[in-house]
Design a protein around this ligand. Structure first.
Ligand code: AMP
Length: 401
């Protein structure tokens, strides 16, 4: 993978940077600016070198149309605050305003182009459409830096096709992500513990398959755990269940047993009358994972499991975590996720290498009050980090070779 050094002297050069600024918004208020902060090292390095920094990114899913509510204006403002400079936002991605703003740039200036996904070509499945569009973007710069780790698993105009038109290299964030995720998958320090949660088993099949051959221990919680419990013959009440994955999950349980991978499942569960939304009352109750009431829904791992998961995590040299243990957005069902986060924090303090994978898990730990410094690495890419852990070749990285 090419890095900034391979691009030579960047003084006065127009450097197009694909960043990941897909931040959670409440109206125009950014509720977690972690992804913007994660892009700062590359931006600062390029400014130090005297480059003209032209940033591009997507926000939300405007589906190829201009959606004013998904303008990158809040991002430009926040970036300006963090850098202590004015960061102008171009009204378009590659049109008249973008060209005019680039032409007016001085060395070490920073501008942001408008949401690339306002252009239908950005995510077109037609390679020719995408590359014609990418050439128009490429015309704005002299070199290309790929630093949006959150999109490297996709072949899109602004992160993939543009790399064919300009000298291209990975930015510092992409480099850091690849180094961290490789440390967990290539000759990891052992024991290697993988903690998976979140709503769906079907989202995590590839990761389970790839990591079953590598991990010493697999800890499962979240909505996906009920398919594991059901596969072992237990009642799961009205909890999330993917019936069509039961055979696969039985296969994983068998593979884990055969390969000596320790599979850790919860022994107790916090249940409620139903999902905590609308008029459903919140009356949490702890039950045994082997005897769930048929009319209740499991929404978190129980306190004994939380302690067990915590201790298993602390007893590890490398930990990879993706997905919450319960419906952490509701305080009554957040304890399991907190215990796992605390386990990673304690493991880090004891010298382990710990990774929080995925945009949602990253926001979860921050919103639950854990500082970034408690973990060795918080990945900025949900899908990208999962696909990396699946062992897949990521197109946005391959183009940088
Ligand atoms: P994912 O989108 O797959 O990363 O899953 C994250 C979502 O899973 C969060 O919004 C959680 O609220 C949800 N979740 C976690 N555990 C459960 C559960 N036991 N039942 C329903 N949803 C859950």
């Amino acid at each position: 993978m090419k890095t900034l050094k391979d691009l030579g002297d960047l003084k006065g050069k127009r450097v197009l940077v694909r960043a990941d600024f897909n931040v959670p918004l409440d109206g125009t208020t950014i509720t977690d600016d972690g992804r913007i902060r994660a892009a700062l090292p590359t931006i600062k390095e390029l400014r130090t070198q005297g480059a003209k920094v032209i940033l591009m990114a997507h926000l939300g899913r405007p589906k190829g149309k201009v959606v004013p509510g998904l303008s990158l204006a809040p991002v430009a403002a926040r970036l300006g605050e963090l850098l202590g400079i004015n960061v102008p936002l171009a009204a378009d991605t590659y049109g008249d305003d973008a060209r005019a703003k680039v032409a007016a740039m001085g060395d070490s200036d920073v501008i942001l182009l408008q949401n690339v996904r306002f252009n239908p070509e950005e995510t077109s499945k037609d390679d020719q459409v995408r590359s014609a569009y990418a050439r128009k973007i490429a015309a704005l710069g002299d070199v290309f830096v790929s630093d949006g780790f959150g999109v490297v698993h996709r072949a899109q105009g602004s992160n993939y096709d543009v790399a064919a038109d300009l000298p291209a290299a990975a930015g510092l964030l992409v480099q850091k992500e690849v180094t961290a995720l490789s440390r967990a998958t290539v000759n990891p320090q052992r024991p290697l513990t993988v903690v998976l949660g979140g709503s769906k088993v079907s989202d995590k099949l590839g990761v389970i398959e790839n990591l079953l051959g590598k991990a010493n221990r697999l800890i499962i919680g979240g909505g996906m755990v009920f398919t594991f419990l059901k596969a072992q013959g237990y009642e799961v009440g009205t909890s999330l269940l993917e019936e069509d994955q039961l055979d696969k999950v039985r296969g994983y349980i068998e593979t884990a047993r055969r390969q000596g991978v320790e599979l850790v499942l919860p022994t107790d569960i916090v249940v409620n009358a139903g999902f905590p939304a609308g008029d459903t009352p919140i009356n949490p109750e702890v039950v045994s994972a082997e005897a769930m009431p048929s009319d209740k829904m499991g929404l978190d791992i129980g306190p004994k499991s939380a302690q067990l998961f915590h201790d298993k995590i602390v007893d590890s040299k490398t930990v990879v975590w993706n997905g919450p243990m319960g419906v952490f957005e509701v305080p009554q069902f957040a304890a399991g996720t907190k215990a796992v986060a605390q386990g990673l924090v304690d493991a880090t303090a004891a010298g382990a290498f710990t990774i929080v994978g995925g945009g949602d898990s990253a926001s979860a730990v921050r919103n639950l009050g854990f500082p970034d410094s408690g973990f060795s690495h918080i990945s900025t890419g949900g899908g990208a980090s999962l696909e990396f852990l699946e062992g897949k070749e990521l197109p946005g990285l391959k183009v940088l070779d």
